[in-house]
Design a protein around this ligand. Structure first.
Ligand code: AMP
Ligand code: GLY
Length: 423
């Protein structure tokens, strides 16, 4: 089969590497990809949301299956676009329809679904510029800190957590008046949940589902979870506190009602589903849904899978996941993101990366990298994820630390404490 993966991050390198090892793969293409994916297949320099360009590639390269790595093409309706295209509608797309991708594309949609199907989540109220006053009254009832979420996609920046009530009201006004463009024309105000975060993953085919391993993501730039939020500085899987009793609760109280609820709404869910959870004194509560895998969670979750990825994706598209059995490496995976100094604020790109050939006992997944004059150079904030396996978090982390010391680029930075809070 010929497969096209859409995206260019660390997640897409993991998916491309795993896909390249599938028995039934003929040709693998990644659009636009990075220096790492170029070793797994052929990169094609188009944007994943340029559907006309995607269609052209599908035709010229006889694509059989598309795997969108990130949310943008899914929320924009790539599944519906392919299904409605007379020359492309035979192609399988391993992801949710535009309607189902609203789980991520609209926070209001996801909160309404959760309320209707009694899925545990934070109390909320959705407001627009017309009922700003009601929003302020709702904020008055809550206690600090206050959580404001842009309804639509805002490049991961649409959530504000504010300590001061007057500031929250002022930020709410700014958001309703275009702080995040159209994405914050509606704002979801939420109760703040206190606890430890966890990322849960499901693969669904519209009828059946498989629970994937869970992971914990480290979002802050600084050691001990300090400083600015990032796309993710590292991840761990499995997560010690997510024992069988807790994950059974997640499945019974969150996964099943979410998938059943969507089915009842007439929008069956296909593809990867990422559920961001807060463990509030042993009770899982949903913070958000994403209609794709997480990054950097993929670098530990998919890394631990022994299954043939193409078999899983075909089964997802054909409603046959009940015939697949998941095989997961029981060891612990830790990934550490090496980032450009200055990230998540200003940083430079284009620095040569050396030492990649000296890496031992870890797998390097590329994110913000590209090839320039046959050299691998930095091309983004999050540059490379170093994933290692071990009997426990400490031994896996040790391997990643040793290799992060060997890999060199100007102004490299990484956290040294990934997973340490879980010990
Ligand atoms: P999101 O963009 O929805 O992932 O939100 C970004 C981050 O904000 C989450 O990963 C949480 O750390 C935090 N967050 C979002 N909603 C809440 C909430 N209701 N209570 C506490 N923290 C939250
Ligand atoms: N690691 C968080 C995300 O992928 O959204």
């Amino acid at each position: 089969m010929n497969v096209l993966i859409l995206g260019s991050g660390g997640r897409e390198h993991v998916l491309a590497k795993k896909m390249s090892q599938s028995k039934a793969i003929s040709n693998l293409f990644i659009a636009p990809g990075n220096a790492g994916t170029a070793e797994c297949g052929q990169n094609i320099a188009i944007s994943a949301t340029d559907f006309a360009a995607v269609a052209e590639i599908c035709l010229s390269h006889q694509i059989d299956l598309i795997l969108p790595g990130n949310e943008d093409p899914l929320v924009a309706g790539i599944v519906d676009f392919i299904a409605a295209h007379p020359q492309l509608n035979h192609i399988m797309v391993a992801g949710p329809s535009k309607a189902a991708a609203q789980l991520e594309g609209s926070k209001d949609f996801s909160k309404i679904l959760m309320a209707k199907y009694q899925i545990p989540t934070a109390q909320f109220l959705t407001v627009t510029a017309d009922n700003y006053e009601a929003g302020c009254a709702f904020l008055d009832q809550l206690s600090a800190p206050y959580v404001l979420k842009a309804d639509g996609l805002a490049a991961g920046k649409g959530v504000l957590i504010i300590d001061d009530l007057a500031q929250a009201k002022s930020d709410l006004k700014d958001m309703l008046h275009g702080k995040f463009g159209q994405a914050s024309a509606k704002v979801v105000i939420e109760e703040f949940l206190k606890g430890i975060e966890l990322s849960a993953f499901v693969l669904a085919d519209g009828e059946h589902y498989i629970m994937l391993p869970e992971a914990k993501d480290y979002k802050r730039i600084g050691v001990a979870d300090t400083g600015l939020n990032t796309g993710g500085m590292g991840a761990v899987s499995p997560v010690p506190f997510a024992d069988k009793a807790f994950m059974d609760k997640v499945e019974a109280e969150v996964v099943i009602p979410t998938l059943k609820g969507l089915q009842q709404e007439g929008i069956p869910y296909k593809g990867f589903l990422f559920i961001g959870l807060m463990n509030v004194d042993g009770q899982p509560k949903v913070i958000e849904y994403n209609c794709r895998m997480g990054d950097p969670e993929t670098e530990v979750v998919i890394h631990r899978l022994n299954n043939d990825l193409l078999d899983l994706m075909v089964a997802t598209c054909q409603g046959q996941l009940n015939k697949q059995t998941l095989s997961v490496n029981p060891q612990t995976a830790v990934t550490v993101f090496m980032v450009s100094g200055g990230y998540p604020e200003q940083f430079e790109k284009g620095y040569e990366i050396t030492g990649l050939d000296k890496v031992k006992d870890s797998v390097v997944y590329h994110a913000g990298t590209t090839l320039k004059d046959n050299k691998v150079v930095t091309n983004g904030g999050r540059v490379i994820a170093v994933t290692s396996m071990g009997a426990d978090i400490s031994s896996a982390l040790q391997h990643s630390m040793a290799n992060a010391a060997i890999i060199q680029f100007e102004n490299k930075y990484y956290r040294t404490d990934i997973g340490q809070d879980l010990l």
